[in-house]
Design a binder for this molecule. Structure first.
Ligand code: FES
Length: 120
């Protein structure tokens, strides 16, 4: 991957476990989540009807869209137990205490996710 594809979105210290942050890259909204120390980045657009998901309720690693309540696993973008709609997720790297997101390399075929800790 070309390092010029890596876009800085802030310092690791700014985003503690359980926190989230909305960043804008070239006018595009990207939401970063720290879930148990792992940073996830997603497009701030629900694949259903495009609503902002930045303020959606988070239950473990499952994010609920505020508009109609569809839930997505932040690690994969997928809806648990369903196929079809999926959030666009982006790779996040940590370099020298800073976070970098690559928009050029959205995760198209995510690996199977381990069990989610959501209390459902
Ligand atoms: S726009 Fe997100 S569930 Fe409908």
């Amino acid at each position: 991957m070309n390092s010029s594809d890596q876009i800085p979105v802030g310092a690791v210290d700014e985003l503690g476990p359980g926190q989230r942050k909305l960043a804008f890259i070239n006018g595009r909204g990207i939401v970063l989540f720290n879930i148990d120390g792992t940073i996830h980045a997603i497009d701030n657009a629900c694949p259903h009807q495009g609503a902002s998901v930045a303020n959606g309720h988070l239950d473990g690693c499952l994010l609920s869209c505020p508009a109609h309540g569809l839930r997505f696993d932040l690690r994969t973008g997928c809806m648990p137990g369903a196929s079809g709609l999926s959030l666009t997720t982006f790779p996040v790297r940590t370099i020298d205490g800073k976070l970098f997101v690559s928009l050029e390399d959205p995760v198209a075929s995510p690996a199977p996710a381990p069990a989610c800790n959501a209390a459902s």
